[in-house]
Write a protein that binds this ligand. Sequence first.
Ligand code: NAI
Ligand code: MG
Length: 355
Amino acid sequence: MTYRVVVIPGDGIGPEVVAAALGVLRKAAAKGGVNIEYEHCLAGGAALDQCGEPLPAATVAAAKAADAVLLGAVGGPKWDGVAPHLRAEKAILGLRKALGLYANLRPVRVWDALAPHSPLKAEAVAGADILIVRELSGGIYYGARKEAHVADAPDEAWDTEIYTAPEIERIVRVACRAARLRRKRVTSVDKANVLATSRLWRTVAERTAAAFPDVRLDHLYVDNCAMQLVLAPKNFDVIVTGNLFGDILSDEAAVLAGSIGLLPSASLGDGPGLYEPIHGSAPDIAGQGVANPIGCILSAAMLLRHSLDAKAAADAIEQAVEAVLAEGYRTADLYRPGLTRLSTEEMARRIEEEI
Ligand code: NAI
Ligand code: MG
């Protein structure tokens, strides 16, 4: 069987980190006997320049027909002045919608070799390995909202959070399935002491997790979770939560790792998944060959694991990344005297060799 992967390099450092990740993906797939056919597509500023729109229909069609999409990053100052409907970021939102992506997976792993780079004490974070599963398609970001400016009355605004049981069920199922591939613990995060949506969330999470007897579910209020993430990050395995809490907690957890360039993500629905590093197009370092490709490389590992059912190949990439970091190889963002400094491309090649 041959899998199809759509590759969207995008803008800024996007093409640099995607080229690096593709080399590693090819190597791991070849070693693991996974056949992949690649199709390069346009999105973001590059698409705007060439086709006059940030998300061409051909890209959407190719993505829908594929098994997975690997994306670099889109956007940059060159296109900041365009009309709102032409903004490069529309490409990501458009893809999420077209592919029906409702689960955002953001793993944060603090590799032993990098623990000293964490803003927290090395001994508190070394070995932390957290997967945040954020509901992506509902909640307060999509509810009705209003900003009212009525003469002679105080200004007023409101937003609405709505979650339905099926929406909660499917995201909790994603979290439980992911936990089965890990340490089999899910922490559901809500604000059930205050919010009605959170009380439904808790009830449905219990009911859904009951179908996964090998997975242990517990619950935390979001304010406590925010504290625990910095106090005792090693206590977490999988965290599942709604769109708003997930947005905030995933950025909080990301800083534990020491560089934004290290972190991958996956967005999953019932069809092809979308895989991308969490960073943007980093125009300040684009074209210099210094970007850290590991976030994109680990996104490729997630692609193998979640869309191509190729766990061994995914493990091989992650183990190679860990080994190369342990040997002291670093891109500029994590370089310190005494270590070996590599370019984007050299880092990718080192990881390929390790595989
Ligand atoms: P950014 O993530 O691109 O950069 C923030 C800082 O982190 C910069 O100093 C950058 O040099 C550094 N950085 C990012 N990735 C790195 C890597 N792999 N290696 C080493 N250093 C790295 O965020 P920023 O500057 O806010 O946004 C730049 C552009 O990217 C904007 O146009 C923004 O809209 C777009 N963007 C796109 C995203 C996407 O495609 N998913 C996500 C976030 C931003
Ligand atoms: Mg955010």
